[in-house]
Design a protein around this ligand. Sequence first.
Ligand SMILES: [Zn+2]
Length: 318
Amino acid sequence: MTPTRRTALGFMAAAAGSVALPGRVFASAKFKYDLQPKPAMSGVWMIEGATDYFSMQNGGAIVNCALLQGETGLILIDTGPSRRYAEELRLSVQALDLRGVSAVVNTHNHPDHYFGNQVFADKPIYGLGEMIELAITHGDSFSNNMYRLLGDWMRGTEPMPPTAALATGEVTIDGRKFLALPLAGHTETDLALLDTETGLLIAGDLAFLDRAPATTNANLETWQAALTELQALNAAAILPGHGPLDRSGASLAQTSAYLSWLETTFTEGANSGLDMVDLMDSPMPAEFAAMGAQPEEFHRSISHLFPDIERRELPRAN
Ligand SMILES: [Zn+2]
């Protein structure tokens, strides 16, 4: 580059300086989720997440949140991935009830489900006791990971564990009755809530629909047992943690079928001498390949689940 050209470019940059600032203002204005609560059942709304993995495009809004009419406001189940998300949510739900959110419940210890908590710090925030312990232990490492994945979408987000341990069995939250089921399998402790009035089962991440189940902290056997319990409830409808509202029970059946397929594929793979890289190329049934976040979630599941299954199937010979 000649000195003359460098000078010319320098001049151009200086001349463009007057438009650079509005450009930057636009960049910060675009961190908007455009959250739209939509009716799910009578007196119940949902905010439906994208069925992809976390990305700069979706800002981490991959989760379903539920809002149920309580006596003094709206009961919010799960608070989304970030402060920005929850602030937007807090404003948008005033169209449903001017009094806004009255109480919060977290289903489990995954950041996309509770990293909006800080915005509702003035309300009771419920979670199972064990979930509170996990959130205290893992909050910072989840936070580091989320900032890496989502950058500025996470600005100002501080992980805040639930502030009150939720009882199990029949519970009343802001005047509304639920059956609170302490289950596990997707993580070490997963809460499912059956809304007595509508029969809606809020399944958290024990159920996925048309989105590949995430297995980071999963125990397949425990998860299948939880799905069997949920199926026995014969709920009027099911709100999965990820994917559309389910009025047929498909989310429980699909999640169970997918977990069974993972178990079989990894067990047979271990016995055929396949390693983790070989498994990446496993043929996937069309119904599972069509799920959101595939094949990424399958590839993650190999790293989460295969080493233990391999150890179980191929015990060390001494
Ligand atoms: Zn989860």
